[in-house]
Structure formats: structure tokens, C-alpha cells
Design a protein around this ligand. Sequence first.
Ligand code: GLU
Length: 268
Amino acid sequence: MSDPKKAREKLSGAKRVVVKIGTNCLTDEDSKLEEKSIEKLADDIADLKEDGREVILVSSGAIGAGLGRLSFGEMPEDMKSLQAASTVGQGALMRRYSECFEEHGIHVAQILLTQEDLTAPSRFQNFKNTIRTLFKWSVVPIVNENDAVAVEEIRMGDNDPLSAFTASGAGADLLIMLTDVDGLHTGDPKEEESAEPIRTVEKITPEIEKLTEKSSESKFGGMYTKVQAAKIATDEGIPVVVADAEESNVLKKILAGEEIGTLFLAQK
Ligand code: GLU
């Protein structure tokens, strides 16, 4: 058993960090963009940049924001509407990010990806080249799925796997997934009062995976997809922290080695 405190402290050395945030942290119950949440995230990321770190943001919220703008009362069931809604929401989402990061003098870039872009070697290489160049320019790349054309990913729900592939492609030292609960628990914290947080996951065993099967915490995915994504990243040697987006200075605290959320240890 490795020392969890030391493993946390080591996070402070992460130079390149991928931060992923889900729809439920960015939109309210009417699917309107939560201005304050986006502002907070930009502030938190600006702090990391000030410390000299490179940050990629993987942001969901396009479909949600699109549905909000079009004033859909209920979420449509059909894929075509979700895809079309994403194209309405993505622009609104990026505008808000752009405004909030400009407050810190930071430029942002939009990258929309599909599964093929991550698996076809030449496309993947181009993605890596673009990221590298943006880092040179000190720009924050904001990645989302290209939902207008990527049906599989929407159905799979959530950008969690995308964030793991992005972290691996970008050679990140750390992946942080922000959500609406304080990490992995022994049960669903929204339904079971007795559910206890698990602060360190040494290895993602079948027992750990079993804990995530019933999680109800998001509209699109939940703890299940987060743990699956953590498996991809930790197998690539990238530690993963799942934490609560609403925690104050959440990114700074994680990078300072504070014991918040759940840390999944890198496997190599
Ligand atoms: N790409 C989708 C969006 O931006 C992801 C949906 C989600 O993960 O919440 O809406």
C-alpha cells in the first residue's frame, strides 16, 4: 500500500493538467448556463496558469445550454434533437468561457473532437500538434465532443472518456474531473446518508467498479463513466482526481495536495 499523503503531495509537481467539467455543474435546472459556475471555473484555472501550469479544459454543456436557449421544457429523447441542440449551445458556452477568461487576460481555443480523431494516427498527431502550439502561446484549449456528428459518444453519455483520451494525447501529468459530488463514495451520497467518501483508490478493482453502478449523479453519465475514464488514464500513468466543482479554490487545493475528492493512483 503506497502512502496516500505522499501520493497527494506529488500532485503539486503536475505541470500539465486536464480539467473536465460536466453539464450538471454548468447549467441550472432549466438548462440555462450558470454564469457563476463558469466564472468560478475560469478563476480556478487562471490560478493554475499563474503557477506556471498548462491547462486543457474538457467541457460538456453544449447540449444542455442549447436546450436551455431553445426553451425546451423537457429533455428531448431523440438523438437528432440532442445533436442539433449542441450546435446551438456550443457557441453560447464558448462565448461565456471567452468572456470569463478574458478577465484574466487569457485567450481560449475551441477544439471539437470525435472518437475517430483520437484513434486515426494522423488526426491524433494533428490534435497533439495543435495543443502543443496553443500551449506555446499560453492559450487554454477547451475541448468538447463534436456532438453534431458524433452520435456514439452522446449515447455513451458524458465527456469522461474523452477527458481521459485527451489527457493521454496531451501528455498530461494529472486529470481532474469536476462533478457535483465530493468524489467516489461507498454508496450514492445523494441517496444514502451513510455513504462515506473514499479518498484514495490504489487500483480500480471489480469491487470499486461495483460501487459506481447505481450512481445517479448526472443527467448524462455518473460515477460509472468517471471510474471507467479513470481506468484509462491511470493505466496510462496519469493520476486522476474526482472532486466537487463547487468546492472553493478546488483546483488549487488539489494541486497543493489537500485531501479532497478521490485520488485514483497512476498504475505505472
Ligand atoms: N458533449 C456533450 C455536451 O457538451 C456532453 C454531454 C455531457 O457530458 O453532459 O453537451
